[in-house]
Design a protein around this ligand. Structure first.
Ligand code: AMP
Ligand code: MG
Length: 408
């Protein structure tokens, strides 16, 4: 069996970034930019006032003048105010174009109104409270780079320079197939011995969260022919995510059927708990993941390997979850010979992060995942480490370029 780093490197080595498509600005939200975007416009487009106040000539202030005639009023959106000469000012609003001749704005708070004029109680430095044309962005400045995630601020930035559409990476299509004759979808009654299919739901949500396009293929019963039929359909997509049937049970057919369908195995088995019997292979350009059936094992396998792979397919560079170093609030164990990913909650205590395990950690106990902020990465050297020991905790939100430290 291999460690997490080796498994992750093996998966990422098989990734060929997908092509791109042009989409309207708002549809780019959450997608990966597929080509650098340069600004077509300058920001600000014209020199304007940063405050509500009075536009004046800096040389008048420097010369000691404190009393000005008010010769114009300039609201935002109104260009072409007349030139200001010595001793003149214009009442001006935030965002309004500075009149020619003026280079400084005196905030209204530093003024007293006079009949036909204004008196300054304080003089700002010449040039202050003005936003110069092009001081934020010049035409041609790079706004987004290929591989950047388009979030709310990026959408706003592009809108601010008039970009209406851009090239984003195609969303990887991920076939989601649950295996197991015991599985029943919600909405159907449970017969004795049956359980609910939850893996298709968590996988669907996780795929969406990683920018993928989930294609639900339902449930394959533990029957070779039916598994073969559904897996063959799944292999049409960019990524296949089956759950269950990859362990050593009598009815675990998934690996066998993968092989029959031409999937080249890259590894089977990773030294982790949960998630040990993970199977990964490729067929043509399709990445084929067989995650274990236990719901937490399936979700943790997604977090560790499939999420980075889906982001890499979109050309993203921030493939990993951020991590924090936190103190164990109680002694934590790790499985023998395996790195344990304990679902935990983070709290801040005395200026440091501390984590507590979210109750029983069985790989079928989805509640341990639902309650969690992150996965504590517990190396195998323990039977049980001391309370207070520091361990990395990989969060269940966010993205960064820095991979968490996984034990070999
Ligand atoms: P398997 O990996 O197929 O041996 O399944 C391991 C455990 O996970 C068994 O208890 C299964 O019933 C359960 N399981 C498998 N698939 C699912 C699923 N889609 N939803 C919920 N539990 C599942
Ligand atoms: Mg099964």
């Amino acid at each position: 069996m291999i460690g997490i780093d080796e498994a992750l490197d093996t998966v990422l080595a098989e990734v060929e970034p997908l092509g791109s498509e042009r989409v309207p600005l708002l549809e780019a939200l959450g997608r990966a930019c597929a080509a650098d975007v340069v600004s077509p416009e300058a920001v600000p487009g014209f020199t304007n006032s940063a405050m509500d106040g009075f536009a004046v000539r800096g040389e008048d202030l420097a010369g000691g003048r404190r009393e000005f005639a008010v010769v114009a009023e300039i609201p935002a959106g109104r260009p072409n105010a007349r030139h200001l000469f010595a001793g003149e000012s214009a009442k001006i609003m935030t965002g309004a174009p500075l009149p020619p001749g003026a280079d400084t704005v005196v905030p209204v708070e530093l003024t007293v109104a006079l009949e036909g004029g204004v008196l300054l109680t304080e003089a700002p430095a010449p040039g202050s409270n003005v936003r110069l044309a092009g001081e934020d962005l010049a035409p041609g400045d790079v706004l987004l780079e290929r591989g950047d995630r388009v979030g709310p601020a990026e959408i706003g930035l592009l809108a601010s320079v008039g970009v209406e559409a851009l090239a984003v990476a195609r969303r990887p299509r991920v076939a989601v197939l649950a295996t197991g004759s015991e599985l029943v979808p919600p909405g159907q009654p449970l017969a004795p011995g049956q359980i609910r299919n939850s893996n298709s739901f968590t996988a669907y949500a996780q795929v969406l969260g990683a920018g993928g396009d989930p294609v639900l293929l339902g449930i394959a019963p533990d029957d070779v022919a039916e598994t073969r039929r559904l897996l063959a359909a799944a292999l049409e997509q960019d990524v296949v995510l089956t759950s269950g049937g990859v362990s050593v049970g009598e009815f675990d057919f998934v690996k066998q059927v993968q092989e029959e369908l031409g999937v080249e195995r890259r590894f089977w088995g990773v030294k982790t708990k949960p998630g040990k019997p993970l199977a990964f292979g490729v067929r043509g350009g399709t990445l084929v993941f067989g995650v274990p059936g236990n719901p937490v094992a399936a979700m943790v396998s997604f977090e560790l390997y499939i999420r980075p792979a889906l982001l890499a397919l979109q050309g993203r560079r921030d493939l990993y979850r951020p991590y924090v170093v936190a103190r164990a609030a109680e002694p934590v164990r790790a499985a023998k010979g395996r790195t344990e990913l304990r679902r935990c909650r983070l709290t801040r205590e005395g200026g440091a992060w501390s984590f507590t395990t979210t109750g029983p950690q069985g790989s079928g106990i989805l509640r341990s995942m639902a309650l969690a902020d992150g996965l504590a990465i517990v190396p195998t050297r323990h039977p049980a480490g001391p309370a207070g020991e520091e361990l990395p905790v990989q969060l269940l939100e966010g993205s960064t370029t820095q991979r968490p430290p996984y034990p070999a």
